[in-house]
Design a protein around this ligand. Sequence first.
Ligand code: MEV
Length: 338
Amino acid sequence: MKSIASAPGKIILFGEHFVVHGTKAILAAIDKRVTVTSTFTENKTVKVNSQLGTLEMPVSFSCEEANSEFRPFVYLANKMINSNQNVNGVEITIDSDIPIGVGLGSSSACCVAAAASISGLFKELSSEEILKISIEAEKTIFPDTSGADCTVCTYGGMIVYDKIKGIEKIGNIFDLNLIIANSMIPHITKNSVEKVRKFKENNEERFSKLCAYETRIIADVIRVMEDEDEEDYNIIIGEKMVSNQMLLKEIQVSNDTLDGMIRSLTLAPDPDEDWYIDGAKITGAGDGGCVIALVGLDIAMEYKETEENLRRVRAVLGKDKECFSAKIDTGVRSKTEQ
Ligand code: MEV
């Protein structure tokens, strides 16, 4: 029997980093996915095949003995094998079209897809159960995770996330035309989160003010998203992205490359330019990774079915940056085959 599950990558529209410290965040699942296929094996081992290499380890070993990129898979496989006496081992194969280490949720999507795929060999779990074990798996490499990324990878769509209260789905999703641009600078989320923790320790009062600003930004965005009559929603959301980026810059997770990309995107290079971006910001941990840009609404509508928006963004950012458009996608999907 084969158990196959896929989970989406994600973007964070608002609230990265601050969500770790108790504010809300707004996230969306995107149409770049990771697929994990699991099968039983006769050997008493956990075998993981991925684009990062292959690992085979006796089931009796703990996940801490694996390199960090394999740890969540070993954790999940061991957890399930050890609670089922009739099983020897499991082989897991990971196929991903989510770029790694650029803030698009590759590691969370892997944890969610692996949790659904491996558990599917044993019994079907609810979304809540998949989310719970995928966060446990993610914590083997990133103990301070807010759980936001695994949550949106599990449920899909656009969500508001709160570390304590969990998830609220946003009902009325406006058609946001977002372009993702990769700075091509890899980052390690855990290190950026640690850096922000230090910033908070050294600037307690200022940090709590920044959290209050973030809370206000997110409340305003939710209000706009829920108001079907708000005609200027794209402009307002764009402005809030710009404000959010200022907070991210202050907590030092932006850098010259990201600032430069955002500046080029938001300042029209030509005063007669009929094409504009309403707002741009880092998405995810920052210190590299990706930025998101919200294309002006009338223009987005006009160019919707074309590659024109991407062509324009590429023209602004130059050939060395990777750009793609993002569509909102569904959460984890799984099936078994004989
Ligand atoms: C990383 O995608 C998002 C962060 O807010 C960390 C987290 O929420 O766990 C930086």
